[in-house]
Design a protein around this ligand. Structure first.
Ligand code: APR
Length: 242
């Protein structure tokens, strides 16, 4: 058991060792296109087929991928900590498939397997099958194009998901905050990490590279998540200080 309150924030780096490219790494480019320019409302408006092709390929890759030791370590800590929340920027389902219960996960940038209408509230899950007849999916309720259920650049986060995070924050300061595999470019990531640790909690960063969060970390492991997280969690669960 881990007697304490834990917040973990993850990003694409945690799934990198499962073979899913990060956004800003070299491998992130697809057909020579920059993902940060594909994951936008503008790109979808200009060329929805291209954007869907990219998401369909990513879905296939994620379906074939397996959780790695970092996902499993996080799930293990999540099951053993008194109070726990994972906020992930990842739209894949690898944290869930590693065994972390859905109610302990907030996918703040959405879920790649959700397809939702770009106009109305209609949505459906596509864990298994894909629309693969080459045509763009259209909403069965209103006829508008369907789009991936993820948060694109320039879009607002889902207020209900923010509320889950804020509600966890209101429950008290965390003894431990771990931020792993994210370039921490978004202000809310840094804000949540710093607020959650309060005055006395530990803030541990796991990332082979330094980020803008590194200066605030009480400890940094400049290593791949699949190496550092299992060691860190095993230590915590056997009461060895990190
Ligand atoms: N272990 C840990 N960290 C790693 C690993 C690894 N094996 N490999 C790479 N990293 C780190 C990189 O050093 C980088 O800091 O993971 C980070 C990945 O950064 P990004 O590609 O920017 O991904 P992320 O921080 O999740 O991006 C945030 O931006 O593109 C949008 O919505 C998208 O959710 C995404 C968000």
């Amino acid at each position: 058991m881990f007697n304490g309150r834990v917040l973990i924030i993850t990003g694409a780096g945690v799934s990198a060792e499962s073979g899913i490219p990060t956004f800003r790494g070299k491998d992130g480019y697809w057909r020579n296109l920059d993902p940060t320019k594909l994951a936008t409302p503008k790109a979808f408006a200009r060329d929805p087929n291209l954007v869907w092709d990219w998401y369909c390929e990513r879905r296939q890759r994620i379906r074939k991928a397996q959780p790695n030791p970092a996902h499993r370590a996080i799930a293990n800590l999540g099951l053993q900590a008194d109070e726990f929340l994972l906020v992930t920027q990842n739209v894949d389902d690898l944290h869930l498939r590693a065994g972390l219960p859905a109610e302990k996960i907030v996918q703040i940038h959405g879920d790649i397997f959700m397809t939702r209408c770009s106009r109305c509230e209609f949505r459906r899950y596509e864990h298994e099958q894909e629309h693969d007849d080459g045509s763009l999916p259209k909403c069965q309720e209103c006829g508008e194009y369907m789009r991936p259920g993820v948060v694109w650049f320039g879009e607002q986060l889902d207020a209900a998901k923010i509320e889950i995070v804020e509600n966890f924050m209101r429950g008290g300061d965390c003894d431990l905050v771990i931020v792993a595999g994210t370039s921490a470019l978004f202000g809310y990531v840094i804000d949540w990490a710093l607020r959650a640790r309060g005055q006395a909690g530990q803030l541990i960063e796991v990332n082979p590279e330094e980020t803008s969060l590194s200066q605030f970390a009480t400890k940094s492991f400049l290593e791949p998540a699949g190496i550092a997280l299992p060691r860190l969690v095993n230590g915590l669960l056997s009461n060895v200080s990190p």
